[in-house]
Design a protein around this ligand. Structure first.
Ligand code: 13P
Ligand code: SF4
Length: 302
């Protein structure tokens, strides 16, 4: 393992590559990454780093977004089978149909979506900036795709807007039910509940804190509490424990995003050795999708 890690570091140096990793990838990969974070942070980092090559350890839409934002960089994807199923839950013609039905409409797309979808929408959002961005949009009608759970959570807080939801969801978070949270609250009385907004809205409503992976980690780190119930993918436990060795985290059933967790150190080394596989987006799609991502970076950052 040490030999493989040294090889990755040496290859990255030779190829002027930076390694980005999401909190849901295996801890061994988070440990060798130059930057680890939530999807908004990683999109910003991808745009800012000076390196010629980015190795994106996450699901493929994340690498694709890095490619959209950085047409002159090489974006390496260690495992092309690490697809986010929710990103595929937007069907052809749906956006056009809703645009025809509603005036004064903004089409808002969760970053967990394919480049082709991003090219058709007005703005992208992530779980950490969706509320901020949607609240800044002048339109009354918001078509929020694909995640109906995140969309519903944002809608709860913006009653002045009229939301139309897509029908996508994350199978890892959607299975967490209010009964599960009740059971954990009964087992750990008085313990705060931290929820990712991809969970069903009934679960988010039971939370003491709702936020992105980074948000959950920051909340637990800053809190003086010593124990938490956590409703998200269990990969975040790695960073939670690293920053809070004295605290306890009760993950509801240790849910795993198999797609992200399947990425291995060997995959990282192999893509650096071969300079492949690479993310690729057709230029026409890329240019339109870039506008939605740039708008997110602009509205989400200030
Ligand atoms: P974050 O924006 O919290 O990183 O979430 C990304 C994701 O895919 C969660 O399932
Ligand atoms: Fe997609 Fe869910 Fe995995 Fe996030 S946790 S990448 S939404 S499948």
């Amino acid at each position: 393992m040490e030999q493989l890690i040294n090889e990755i570091k040496e290859l990255a140096r030779q190829k002027d590559a930076v390694i980005l990793a999401h909190y849901y990838v295996d801890g061994s990969i988070q440990d060798i990454a130059d930057y680890v974070g939530d999807s908004f942070y990683l999109a910003k980092v991808a745009k800012e780093v000076p390196n010629k090559t980015i190795v994106f350890c996450g699901v493929t839409f994340m690498g694709e977004s890095a490619c959209i934002l950085n047409p002159d960089k090489t974006i390496l994807i260690p495992d092309v089978s690490a697809v986010c199923p929710m990103a595929l839950m937007v069907y052809e013609g749906e956006i056009e149909k809703v645009r025809e039905e509603y005036d004064d409409l903004a089409v808002v797309c969760y970053i967990n979506s394919m480049a082709a979808t991003k090219s058709l929408v007005d703005v992208c959002v992530t779980s950490s900036n969706a509320l901020k961005i949607v609240s800044k949009l002048p339109q009354k009608n918001i078509y929020f795709i694909p995640d109906k759970n995140l969309g519903s959570w944002i809608a709860e807080q913006l009653p002045e807007k009229n939301f139309i939801f897509g029908h996508g969801y994350c199978h890892v978070h959607d299975v967490i039910k209010p009964e599960d949270v009740e059971a954990y609250k009964a087992k750990y009385p008085g313990v705060k509940v931290l929820v990712h907004p991809e969970c069903p809205v009934e679960v988010s409503k039971m939370a003491d804190y709702v936020g992105s992976t980074s948000g959950i980690i920051d909340f637990a780190t800053k809190s003086s509490d010593k124990e938490f119930i956590v409703c998200t993918e269990s990969g975040v436990e790695h960073e939670l424990k690293k920053r809070n060795p004295d605290k306890e985290f009760h993950f509801i059933d240790k849910h795993v995003c198999q797609n992200m967790r399947g990425i291995t150190l060997e995959d990282v080394a192999e893509c650096l050795r071969n300079g492949a596989p690479q993310a690729h987006v057709e230029e026409e799609v890329r240019v339109s999708a870039e506008k939605s991502l740039d708008r997110m970076l602009e509205l989400g950052s200030n």
